[in-house]
Design a protein around this ligand. Structure first.
Ligand SMILES: Nc1ncnc2c1ncn2[C@@H]1O[C@H](COP(=O)(O)OP(=O)(O)O)[C@@H](O)[C@H]1O
Ligand SMILES: [Mg+2]
Length: 237
């Protein structure tokens, strides 16, 4: 579903953010991407969704090159940035309709999906108010509903749990599990190890732009907790 091969990214000014990174996310995977602040998670994610150019390596979504066939890739995926920038002047429902129009989602489909997710997030009472009055958590929820509106096959989420209250975080986890159980895939970054440990079937650990572990979580963990493994790996590597 998502294949990153030998990705290299150096920012102007010479900072090497990602070095020779390869990750494969398969159908049904709930894949966690773990690393300290500044490790290179957001860089990898932005390259994967086609909004950040890179010098070498390749990224494919369901066999399509992100660099050569970006529109096909964007139809297949949805991306939730770490700090979603929405349009303050629009109401919640206007924003959802705007995104649904771009992806040509039928009015019946968008109505059903909006109802389902807005109810789960208890956002249904606020959809007619302007986004300027939304809290950070409400914006995150609205951005996730909009991301799901065109039924993508791959969800790429950058730190989706930051700023969410426990109830909203629980709902996001429920949606993520349901999405992958239907055969879709999720690749998401987090620095919250407990979330990755409970939620993911596979993880990758990145340090200073390099992958230091990748694979099924049970294999990486062995008999230790993910926290122990993470601390060991990130100290020694
Ligand atoms: N636009 C940029 N220009 C220069 N350096 C950047 C830029 N964005 C990120 N970096 C650097 O690249 C490295 C990786 O950053 P990032 O991918 O945001 O890490 P993470 O998401 O894991 O916290 C960091 O050292 C960061 O300072
Ligand atoms: Mg980041």
């Amino acid at each position: 579903m998502l294949t990153i091969e030998h990705l290299n990214k150096t920012y102007p000014g010479g900072k090497v953010a990602v070095r020779d990174l390869s990750i494969t996310v398969e159908d049904g995977d709930l894949f966690g991407f773990i690393g300290h602040n500044g490790a290179g998670k957001t860089t990898t994610i932005k390259a994967s969704v086609g909004i950040l150019p890179f010098e070498s390596g390749s990224i494919h979504i369901d066999g399509h090159s992100v660099a050569k066939d970006p529109v096909t890739c964007k139809k297949l995926l949805a991306y939730l940035p770490d700090d979603p920038q929405l349009y303050d002047a629009l109401t919640g429902i206007q924003y959802i309709n705007f995104i649904a129009d771009i992806f040509r989602v039928s009015s019946e489909d968008r109505r059903q999906r909006t109802m389902k997710y807005a109810e789960m997030f208890e956002l249904d009472g606020s959809l007619n108010t302007p986004i300027s009055s939304f809290s950070h958590g409400m914006k995150q929820k609205l951005a996730l509903i909009s991301a799901l509106i065109h039924t993508p096959r791959l969800l790429i989420l950058d730190e989706p749990f930051v700023g969410l209250d426990p109830k909203a975080a629980f709902t996001v986890k429920t949606i993520m599990k349901e999405f992958c159980a239907e055969g879709n895939a999720i690749f998401f970054s987090t620095h919250v190890l407990e979330v990755a440990e409970k939620l993911c079937n596979k993880i990758a650990i990145i340090k200073n732009g390099e992958l230091i572990a990748c694979g099924p979580i049970d294999e990486i963990r062995g008999r230790q907790s993910l926290e122990e493994v993470f601390l060991e790996l990130t100290e020694n590597a």
